[in-house]
Ligand binder design. Sequence first.
Ligand SMILES: [Fe+2]
Ligand SMILES: [Fe+2]
Length: 343
Amino acid sequence: MRYLPLDEIKEGMFLARSIFGEDGRTLLAKGAKLTKGYLQKLQVLNYTHLFIGDRKEDLDFKDPINEQIYSQAIGAVREIFLDAAKQQTLEFKTVLDVVDFMVDEVMDEDLLYNIFDLRNHDNYTYLHSVSVGTIATIMGKNWGLGRSDLKELAAGALLHDIGKMCVAGPILKKEGLLTKQEYEQMCFHPKYGFELLRSAPGVSLLSAHVAYQHHEREDGSGYPRGLAEDQIHLYAKIVMAADSYDAMTSGRRYSRTLWSHEALAQLAADVPEKYDPEIITLLAQSVALYPIGSVVLLNNLEVGLVTDVNRADIKIEFLTGEAKGQIVALAPNALLKIVRRLS
Ligand SMILES: [Fe+2]
Ligand SMILES: [Fe+2]
């Protein structure tokens, strides 16, 4: 599987990751053979890159959360966010059911977060929420949290930005820099989120506090309350790191999308002022440094493609040299190492 810009993708290649619409429904499913029509349609929908397999076998890898649950989660988040925007009574049952499934999935598999979903303007907020939910759940598991704690964490993570639905629509949709007043409005979204969640049936107060605290920073420079260090709950610190990591790696407008290893380096550079060092270490143990599909330069000067990644090793297929086509596993102490990511 490779991550390629649309203009390098040819008809007949296979889609290696499904593309979801804003309501969570599959627009184009994993395994679809790409036609000219599909590629044109995806261009119209503003997709710039796709995950591609040249062969059917390239599609044989495992996601941290299976696509069906992922898709249900997108739909459930969208539904509750839209209800919040319309100031309707919020019914959290569907979201909490999805949280149960997500936690079960993460508990059953020992996987790193290795996906970068494909987003466009319409589905960004919902896919961001589900990704932050997934990353935070994997981090919580690696921290040693049990199932019921993980559910509180996952619910808070999935709903961390629900308060954005209380910010005026034109500010949310604005395509340029926000004015000071607009920015101040935006900074209320954690508090609005807390208000929506604190009395919601089935949602724990701790999950509500995750939404309240997810923009705080270790040195007190965050918002809305300027909390610092121990005043910030562990779960909020986890979601804070997952949220920043996801924003950096998902091509938010205005800023360049970072590769996973670049985002981790940037977050590590903000330790200990902004982020708790232990939490950034936990994040680094929970996400793939070089996700599946990365093309990398190896220290023997050959080029390889990452075909699989888990906590113990990375599998590389040689794209150049005498071993071209062969797959090797790079254990952490192997002589063969990745020097840098090429694409
Ligand atoms: Fe936020
Ligand atoms: Fe967020």
